[in-house]
Write a protein that binds this ligand. Structure first.
Ligand code: NYM
Ligand code: MG
Length: 212
């Protein structure tokens, strides 16, 4: 019987180095013969993902709740693929997940509980690595891009909500790690690797669902 592989989520503010670190992590897992697959949310390739992309690029406008539900639906359309990968022994490394969904939407003023509901019972990560960086440091890295939400004031609120989610996940027995992402990229990669090695070599329990 194949052993279930771990589900690893990398979260963080815009410009926190998520995409770089996710790529480095995947390279290292492959070099160590740990089969792994990258999943990225939003997945802009699906029909729902294209609606999200158009919203983020300000080519379309949507009600705050409507876009929130689309981000969640975009995860649900990949939920069974993620489970199949894990059950076939392939680790999933996910660049953003439901925690981004809550943090970004709630920072616009929607209720935290309302934002959480559509993601309840998605596959739960075995490890969440939150790349923590101050909005000032993120801005110094060449500034934010052109997309919606990439503004210092919004990022500050998003960061606060991420930290609240982290405290709740930890209190609930989940594994959430705050990583200081303001350091050099090698130092960050090394710390990420320590945590990933731990879950990749340790016992992975039965699959769990978020907030159930
Ligand atoms: N975002 C991402 C949300 O608002 N809700 C979500 O559920 C997810 C997954 O999309 N600023 C936001 C955060 C980012 C933006 O993500 C695009 P990326 O990783 O830059 O492609
Ligand atoms: Mg971005």
């Amino acid at each position: 019987m194949t052993r279930r592989a771990p589900f690893i989520v990398i979260e963080g503010l815009d410009r926190s180095g998520k995409s770089t670190q996710t790529a480095l992590l995947l390279q290292r897992m492959k070099a160590t013969n740990i089969p792994a697959q990258l999943v990225k949310f939003p997945d802009r390739t699906t029909a729902i993902g294209q609606m999200i992309n158009s919203y983020l690029q300000s080519d379309s406008d949507l009600d705050d709740r409507a876009i929130h539900l689309l981000f969640s639906a975009n995860r649900w359309e990949l939920a069974s693929t993620i489970e199949q990968l894990l059950n076939s022994g392939i680790s999933v490394v996910c660049d953003r997940y439901a925690f981004s969904g809550i943090a970004f939407s709630a920072s616009k003023g929607l209720s935290y509980e309302w934002c959480r509901s559509p993601d309840i019972s998605l596959p739960a990560p075995d490890l969440t690595l939150f790349l923590d960086i101050s909005p000032e440091a993120a801005k110094e890295r060449g500034g934010y891009g052109e997309e919606r939400y990439e503004k210092e004031e919004m990022q500050r609120k998003v960061g606060e909500i991420f930290r609240r989610i982290g405290r709740e996940i930890s209190a609930d027995g989940g594994k959430w790690v705050n990583i200081d992402a303001g350091r050099e990229r090698e130092a960050v990669a090394e710390e990420i690797w320590k945590w990933v090695e731990g879950v990749a070599n340790g016992a992975v329990g039965p699959s769990r669902r978020l907030w159930t």
